[in-house]
Design a binder for this molecule. Structure first.
Ligand code: NOJ
Ligand code: CA
Length: 687
C-alpha cells in the first residue's frame, strides 16, 4: 500500500488562504496549529505562549503533555527560544508499508500525518527554523530543522531546550544518566514518579497513574549529534528537559546549517502489551542505503566468551588463554555440529595483556596472538559452514581503531569474516568527551558505514543507544547497552535480579535488539577449585527454563548460546536453543506487566513454526494462553520446556520437564512458571 499526499501552505502574510485557515495574522495572536494521527486519537497542538514556541499532546482528548517549550541555547550566540513567531506551515501524509530484511516483524506500516511549522525570531538577527511533527497511531515525534542562513551558518549548541511536561505524575522505569560513572547504561532499573526523577536515560517508559496509557520517550535517527538524556527539574515538577551528552568543553553539538536534529519520539499505547514490537523509531529513519542486503543474515552463535567472564579462561596470553587455535577449532566444530551460524572469538588479537581497559591505544585489530592461527581457523570455519565473529574491543581508543579499520576490515573480508563484535569499555573517551557525545555518535556511524562497504555486520557493545539505525544500515544487527548476562558471572551485587528481564523488555528493548547472551545452563557452577560457591557469589538468578524463554522474549538477530559447550553436550534442553528461530514474521505480546512478567509469541520468518517465551520475576505464576494465533484447521505439536513443579530460581533452578502435546488454534495451554522461572515452547506443524 502506498499513498502520499502533500498540501503546502504559504508563509503567513503571503498566502491569504493560510492566514484565514490557520488564523495567522499580522495583527498579533497566533492561532494554534494541530496535527492528528490517522486514527484521530493523538493530537499535537503547536502554538506561541508568551513568546515561546510550545507543543501540547492529547490522546483521546486527555492531556498527555502540557505546554512544553522548544528551542536552543547556543554558545557564542543568543538563545533561540523567545521572541519567536510562527510564519507558516506545511502538511503532508504518508501511508506506505515497507519490508524489513530481518526483524521482529517482516513488514512495517508507516502511516502518519506531518505538520512542519516555520518559526522566526521577531527581532534581529531573525534566525529561522522549522519544527516538523509527525503523528502516528502509535505515537508522535518531532525534530528541528535549521535551514542554511547567514545569521545561523555554523553553530555550537550549548543546550537543546526541548521540554516534556507530563500532565500526570506518571510512574517511570528508569536508569540514571547523571552519575560520574554511567557504566555504559549497564544498570538496574528503578521505579518512581516522574516528579522525583533527577536525570535519566531513554527509552524512558512511563505509565500514567490511573493506568490509562503508557508513554515512552526516546529518539530516532541520531546522526552527528549527541545522545539525549532527560533531566528532571525542581522536585514536584513533572517536567523533563532534554539533556545532551557533552563534548569535553561542555558544548553539546557543533554543526553547520542546513542541519536537522534527531527525532524526539513519544510512543503511546493503551496496554503495555502494545508497546512491543516498537516500530515508531524505524519509521522515522531513512530507508536502507544498501542495495544488496542478501549477505546480511541473522544467526545464532557460540563463543569463547563466558569462560573469561567466569574466570576459567583469559583474554590475555598465558596458560589460560581462551583464543587458542585448538580451543577455537573445538568451538567451530561444536557450532557446525549443532547448526550455529557463528563463533565469536575474544582475545584473539594482541593488546589484552596487562590492564586491557587502559590499552585503548595498544590493541591491534589485525595481529593475532602467536597461539591463534587466524587464516587457518578462517579456512576451518568456512569448510564447516560457520562464520567467525571477530572481536574488536577498542577500550575507547577511537583513533587507534579508526586508523586500523580499513586494513582490518579488508583482512576480515579476505578471510570470509562477515561479523564484528565491537566494544567500548570506558566512560569517557580520549579528549574527555562523553561516551555518548557527538564525537562518539560520529565514530559509530563511520564504523557502520565502513563495515557496510566491506560486507560486515555489527554487534556493538557499550554502544550509544539504538535509534533505529538498522533501517538505513541493515548491517547494524544488535548491540548491548544494558545489563546483560555478563553481570551474572562477576557482578559485586550478585547478578541480575529475577525481575530484570521483565523490565528490559518494556524499556531498553523498545529501542532495538539486544545482545543479552542468554542460555547459561550451569547455573550452580562450582568455584574453579571445585568447591561450592558462597551463597552471595554472583550467579544466574533464573531457572534453566527461563534461560530458554529469553531467546524468544529478548529479541536479537544475533542470539548467543552463551554457556561452555560442555554444559550443552547431552543436555536435553539444548534442543530448544538449536531449534529456536532468530528472524520473525510476526510478534505478539500476549501478557505483560513491567517488572513482573512477559509472555511473547513469535512466528519464524520463512517457516510456519511459532515460538512462545514466558518469563516471570521472583513470583511463581500461571498463565492461560489461547493459541488462537495459530492457523485454524492446522494440527501442530507443542514442544514444551517448563519449570518442574518444584523448580525455584534460588533452591532448585535446574529442575525442568520437557513434554510434547498436540495442539490447534483452539487449544488453551496453561503455562506454570516457578519463582524466577520461565517457559519456552516450540510449536511446529504436525507431520
Ligand atoms: C564487555 C562486553 O560486554 C563483553 O561481552 C566483552 O566480553 C568484554 N567487554 C570484553 O570486550
Ligand atoms: Ca558490557
Amino acid at each position: 500500500m502506498k499513498r502520499r499526499w502533500m498540501r503546502r501552505w504559504g508563509v503567513c502574510g503571503l498566502a491569504l488562504a493560510w492566514s484565514l485557515a490557520a488564523g495567522c495574522s499580522r495583527l498579533g495572536a497566533q492561532a494554534p496549529l494541530t496535527v492528528a494521527s490517522p486514527d484521530g486519537r493523538n493530537v499535537v497542538t503547536v502554538e506561541m505562549l508568551d513568546g515561546h514556541l510550545v507543543y501540547i499532546l492529547h490522546r483521546d482528548g486527555r492531556s498527555v503533555l502540557l505546554p512544553s517549550r522548544l528551542g536552543f541555547a547556543f554558545r557564542g550566540a543568543p538563545s533561540l527560544a523567545e521572541g519567536l513567531r510562527i510564519t507558516g506551515s506545511e502538511r503532508s501524509s504518508v501511508d506506505e508499508t515497507w519490508e524489513q530484511p530481518w526483524g521482529e516483524v517482516a513488514r512495517v506500516r508507516d502511516h502518519h500525518n506531518e505538520l512542519s511549522v516555520a518559526v522566526v525570531e521577531m527581532s534581529e538577527p531573525r534566525r529561522r527554523f522549522h519544527v516538523v511533527f509527525r503523528a502516528f497511531d502509535d505515537g508522535v515525534a518531532f525534530r528541528y530543522e535549521l535551514p542554511e542562513q547567514p545569521a545561523l551558518a555554523s553553530f555550537e549548541i550549548q543546550d537543546e531546550l526541548t521540554e516534556f511536561v507530563f500532565a500526570d505524575n506518571a510512574k517511570a522505569w528508569w536508569i540514571p544518566s547523571d552519575r560520574p560513572r554511567l557504566d555504559r547504561s549497564e544498570m538496574l532499573y528503578s521505579e518512581s514518579p516522574v516528579s522525583v526523577l533527577d536525570s535519566v536515560q531513554t527509552p524512558l517508559t512511563l505509565e500514567d497513574r490511573d493506568g490509562g496509557h503508557f508513554i515512552v520517550i526516546h529518539e530516532a535517527h541520531l546522526v552527528d549529534y549527541p545522545r539525549m538524556f532527560l533531566a528532571g527539574q525542581a522536585l514536584e515538577s513533572t517536567k523533563l528537559v532534554a539533556a545532551l551528552a557533552p563534548l569535553a568543553e561542555g558544548v553539546k553539538a557543533r554543526g553547520r546549517t542546513p542541519f536537522q536534529t534527531p527525532w524526539r519520539t513519544i510512543q503511546l499505547a493503551d496496554r503495555v502489551e502494545d508497546l512491543a514490537p516498537s516500530v515508531l523509531g524505524l519509521n522515522l529513519n531513512p530507508p536502507s542505503v544498501l542495495e544488496d542486503v542478501g549477505w546480511i543474515k541473522p544467526m545464532k552463535y557460540v563463543g569463547i566468551w563466558w569462560g573469561m567472564h567466569i574466570g576459567v579462561m583469559t583474554w590475555a596470553s598465558g596458560p589460560l588463554h581462551g583464543a587458542t587455535t585448538q580451543n577455537t577449532r573445538h568451538y567451530i566444530d561444536f557450532a557446525s555440529q549443532n547448526g550455529f551460524g557463528g563463533v565469536l572469538v575474544e582475545g584473539w588479537n594482541t593488546g589484552w595483556d596487562g590492564d586491557w581497559i587502559a590499552n585503548g591505544s595498544v590493541f591491534s585489530f589485525t595481529q593475532p596472538y602467536p597461539d591463534y592461527d587466524l587464516s587457518g581457523l578462517a579456512v576451518h570455519a568456512r569448510e564447516r559452514g560457520v562464520d567467525l565473529i571477530a572481536h574488536n574491543e577498542t577500550a575507547g581508543g577511537l583513533a587507534n581503531y579508526e586508523e586500523q579499520m580499513e586494513e582490518a576490515f579488508a583482512l576480515y573480508r579476505s578471510l570470509g569474516i562477515r561479523a564484528i563484535k565491537s566494544g567500548y569499555v570506558v566512560d569517557t573517551i580520549p579528549g574527555g568527551h562523553s561516551h555518548y557525545s557527538q564525537e562518539m555518535v560520529r565514530h559509530h556511524r563511520k564504523v557502520l558505514e565502513t563495515a557496510a562497504r566491506y560486507g560486515i555486520m555489527m554487534d556493538v557493545h557499550e554502544p550509544v543507544h539504538d535509534t533505529g539505525e538498522r533501517r538505513t544500515y541493515p548491517n547494524m544487527m544488535t548491540r548491548e547497552g544494558a545489563r546483560g548476562q555478563e553481570y551474572n558471572a562477576w557482578s559485586g551485587d550478585g547478578g541480575n535480579p529475577p525481575e530484570h528481564e521483565t523490565i528490559l523488555f518494556f524499556t531498553r528493548l523498545l529501542s532495538g535488539p539486544m545482545d543479552f547472551t542468554p542460555g547459561i545452563f550451569d547455573i550452580l557452577r562450582p568455584d574453579p577449585d571445585g568447591r561450592p560457591r558462597a551463597a552471595d557469589a554472583p550467579r544466574v538468578r533464573t531457572t534453566v527454563a527461563k534461560q530458554l524463554a529469553l531467546y524468544v522474549v529478548l529479541y536479537s538477530p544475533f542470539q548467543m548460546a552463551a554457556d561452555l559447550p560442555e554444559n550443552y553436550r547431552g543436555h536435553p534442553a539444548f534442543q530448544f536453543i538449536r531449534d529456536v528461530a532468530v528472524d520473525w514474521e510476526q510478534t505478539r505480546v500476549l501478557r505483560g506487566r513491567i517488572g513482573d512478567y512477559v509472555v511473547v509469541a513469535r512466528q519464524e520468518r520463512g517457516g510456519g513454526d511459532w515460538f512462545v517465551g514466558a518469563i516471570t520475576d521472583e513470583e511463581g505464576r500461571a498463565f492461560e494462553i489461547p493459541l488462537s494465533f495459530l492457523s485454524s484447521g492446522e494440527a501442530y505439536v507443542a514442544e514444551i520446556y517448563a519449570d518442574a513443579s518444584d523448580a525455584h530460581w534460588l533452591h532448585n533452578p535446574l529442575a525442568m520437564t520437557i513434554s510434547q502435546e498436540r495442539v490447534t488454534a483452539s487449544t488453551t495451554l496453561t503455562l506454570r512458571l516457578a519463582p524466577g522461572g520461565g517457559q519456552a515452547i516450540r510449536i511446529r506443524k504436525a507431520s
